[in-house]
Design a protein around this ligand. Sequence first.
Ligand code: FAD
Length: 441
Amino acid sequence: MFCPLDDPSPLPETYLRNAPPPPLAPPLAGEVKADIAIVGGGYTGLSAALHMAEQGRSVVLLEARTISSGGSGRAFGQVVPYAKHDHAHILAHFGPEAGNRIVDALGAGPDFVWSLIERHGIDCDASRQGLLFAAHTRSAQAGLEARAAFWQKRGAPVEMLDAAATRRAIGSDYYAVALLDHRGGHLNPLAYARGLAIAAARHGVALHENSRAVSLAPEGDGWRIRTERGSVLARAVVVGTGAYSDDLVPRLRSSFVPMRAHQLVTRPLSDNLRKSVLPAGQPITDTRRLYSGMRLLSDGRVHMSVDGPAFSRTGSVFMAKATARLRAVFPQLGEPEWDETWTGWVDITADQYPHIHEIGPGAWAIIGLSGRGIAFATLLGREIALRLAGRPESELFLPVTALKPITVRPFAAPLVGALMTSYRVWDRLELRSRPRATGSG
Ligand SMILES: Cc1cc2nc3c(=O)[nH]c(=O)nc-3n(C[C@H](O)[C@H](O)[C@H](O)COP(=O)(O)OP(=O)(O)OC[C@H]3O[C@@H](n4cnc5c(N)ncnc54)[C@H](O)[C@@H]3O)c2cc1C
C-alpha cells in the first residue's frame, strides 16, 4: 500500500500565508545523546517534545521532511472534544472506568489546546466560538439531542438550537436543528503546529528537519536512531509518525490504513457576503457519514472538507459536489470561485481509535488518530510525557495496547472504497428527507 511519506503534494498556501515562520531545524549531523528521541514533527511528536522538555528532559526531535508537513499542516482546523466514535461507543469499547477517563480527557481537549496557545503565545488564528453540528435526519437529530443531554449532565456547555437559533448561527435555513458545543473552535492547523514547535525549541528541544529516521535499534540501556547523516542515542523513544509512518517500526504501518482527505477553499467573499455566512464564527459539520465541514476563515474565504478519492495517489476532490453543497446551504454565494485545494492523509485503525503501543522497553508509538487529532494528538503527546515520567496508570487516560496488524489491509482499498460508495448513496438519499427549518419536512 502507498506510503504517504512519498506524497510530494505541497502544504496549503491558505495556511502558509498566515503562519509564523518555522523555527530553525537543521538536519541532524553526527552523533548526539538525549534523554528522549522523538520521531515525527506533527502534533503528537511536538506535544510530546514540549511536555518532556518542560519536565527538564533533553529532547531531540527528528522529522523526515519539514515540521507539520504531515496531517498536522493540512487538517481542516476544527478543535473538537470528541474522538471518531461518540461517548456511548467509548464507554462500551473501553468499559466504564477507562471509558470515563477517555471521555473526560477528550471533553477537556479543546481547553487544553486553548491553554497551550495562551501559555506559549501561539499565533494561529484561534477562534473559540464553539462548534455547530447540524442534523441531516430525524434520527440524527435524536442522536444530537442524546449527545447534548449526556454532556449537559456532566456540566459541559453544550446546547441544542431551535430552528430560529440554527438559522441565525448558520446564516441559512438549510438545517432545522443543530447542536452548539461551546467548548470547541477552529484554528490554522499549520500555524498551531509551528507554534508548538517554536515553544518546544524555546524549551530546549533540538528540532531536526529533513532527518528521516531510517533505523531504530536497542543499544545499551537505550535506543540508537539513525538518519542519513547522524544518529541519536536516547534512553527512550517516542514514534509519532501518524499516517505518514514508513517501515521504521516493524508492523506499525500494517496496523492502520492511510486514507486521503480533501480540502477546498474559495476566494475571499465580499464584505457583505461574508457577514451572511456562519456569522457567529463557528464551523459547521452535519451528521452525514462523509465529509461535511464548512467554516469561514478570518480572511473571508469559505473552507470546506469534501469528498474525493481516498486511496489513489492522484485524483482530485469532487468539485461539482462541493459546489452543489455550498450553493445548497448558502444560495446567496452563487457560483463559488474556488481558490485552492489540497489533501492530507489520515491514519485509520481497525477500531478507529488511536493506540499507544510499547514497541520495546522504553520505546513507544502513538498511532491512529483517525482524523481527530488536533486536540487528541496534543493530549496524547502530554500523556506519553506523563507516562515516561512515571505517572501511575490510574492517572493516564488511554490504555496501552498490543500492536496488531490489520489482516485484511491488502484489501482495504476495495473494501473501504465500496463502503464509501454506499455511504455516499445513503447520505444523498437521507439528505432529501432532512428535517426542514420551514415547511413540513
Ligand atoms: C485533510 C485533513 C483534515 C483533518 N481535519 C481535522 C480537524 O478538523 N480536526 C482534527 O482534530 N483533526 C483533523 N485531522 C486529523 C489531524 O490532522 C491528525 O490526526 C494529526 O495531524 C495527526 O498528528 P500526528 O502528529 O500523529 O501525525 P502527522 O501530523 O501526520 O505527523 C507525522 C510526521 O511524521 C513524519 N515522519 C514519518 N516517518 C518518519 C520517519 N521515518 N522519520 C522522521 N519523521 C517521519 C512525517 O513527515 C510527518 O510530518 C485532519 C487530517 C487531515 C489529513
